[in-house]
Ligand binder design. Sequence first.
Ligand code: BES
Ligand code: MN
Ligand code: ZN
Length: 506
Amino acid sequence: MSKTTVRKIEAINGPGTEPLGDTLVLPIAKGSTTVPEPWNGMFTSPSDPVRVLVGSGDFKGDLGEVAVAYRGEGQPSRVLLVGMGDAAQFTRERLRVVVAAGARRALDLATAELTVSLDSLPGNDTASAVVEAAAEAVYLGTYRFDAPKASDSAGERALSVVRLSRSGLSEGDANAAAQRGLHRAAGTNLARDLGHTPANLMTPTHLAERAEMLASQYDLDFTVFGREEAERLGMGAFLGVTQGSVQPPQMIFLRYDCGNPDAPTVGLVGKGITFDSGGISLKPSAKMDEMKYDMCGAAAVLGTMSAVRPLGIGVNVIAAVAAAENMPSGTATKPGDVHTSYSGKTIEVLNTDAEGRLVLADALSYVVRNHKPAALLDYATLTGAVITALGHYGAAVLSNDDPLWQRIERAGETSGDRVWRLPIWEEMPDHLRTPFADLKNIADGNAGAGTIAAGAFLREFVEGTPWAHIDIAGTAWWDKDRPHIPKGASGYGVRLTLDVLSGIAG
Ligand code: BES
Ligand code: MN
Ligand code: ZN
């Protein structure tokens, strides 16, 4: 579980109306030497430390730069100047960086009550989009995983209240925007928690229990298929991955009914490999611990499902999480084994480490045949190759549908979860042919383009449904700390998907 680092968030209408607490975050554009409106009226004395600091030129205003001015008595006693970078380049994502950098420093300084100025920011975003993104950033930036430790030096430090200051919005609209931001970040932080939990605890069974908890908390329908049901349904691709493990597999479903029977249904499918050793095609031991994160696609789906009801998203959603552990043993799938998938297509498993596409294949065709979604998205830490292509900066998208891709591209811009489309060229499916089955699970030896090959494989199981595969192997976690994305599991995909769903809802 994450720690509670922010107890309460609310919106206020500029300075002068409410108490401001002990700390104020003031965003400052690069090169600016004056305190922005309407806060300049508060620091009128030429010797006020805020005026002195801003005017000195020592503070550059580079994106995410933080400087602290101490004012002694009075509220706020401490002002955090946070650099916004070039005003002309300011975006919603940069706003998240600024607010998260300020909130994190405030928490480090043991602030009790924080006010964040969102007044007079550059850019074209509406005031409610600004408040929403700022609230999101407060919770994203101050996220801390509650690791099981005998002693905890960080203690129970928390901001008792965060006030987001923005004029030009009714109190109701401003607070609604702040609550939306909170729900989006809470879903993201839930995905981070699931990702961080070690694989001895985060088993397929535990993942199913967490999904069941979400169902009761957020009024979702919950169903799970264990090994026997999966066998009865013929999910041979899914079962072939899990057969080397002592952990029972779980094919988990959550359904969100938005209350409008005419609304379309969107399918979300997540790769939930709770540990990927590679199986008999064993991975090298360096960094193998990171394969506890191989359920981050599932985490993105569950994080999204935790937020759809609170946000009142206007589409129905069927979510499927294919949860299994990929282990070597005497019962494990061997290279060359052939399994029959739920779709009926047979698959020759030439590399047991290409397991994600196998569990996804059965989840995708099950959702297609039983729920007939208008659009289908899957999330998976699927290929190391996507890190070669895009690093940890953005996810790759493979899609058979241009309009769906365009929605995802727009959602990438609004959410900050970056996406980049890769093609599936026409001869690629031919490279998945084998004399021993309908398909093999890896492309020909030297074909390269591993991320695309995986996408071409998955496309075989969506039966023409408008579909997009999102390869999050690079974006699901990173060892680099960013203001709103602390190092470790990022929760990538939750806010992207919420924006895609809102876009489809119209
Ligand atoms: N979970 C891995 C992909 C992965 C690797 C994610 C490194 C994050 C970091 C996946 O199951 C896998 O092993 N993919 C193989 C596919 C290959 C055998 C065709 C890969 O990318 O090497
Ligand atoms: Mn693997
Ligand atoms: Zn994997």
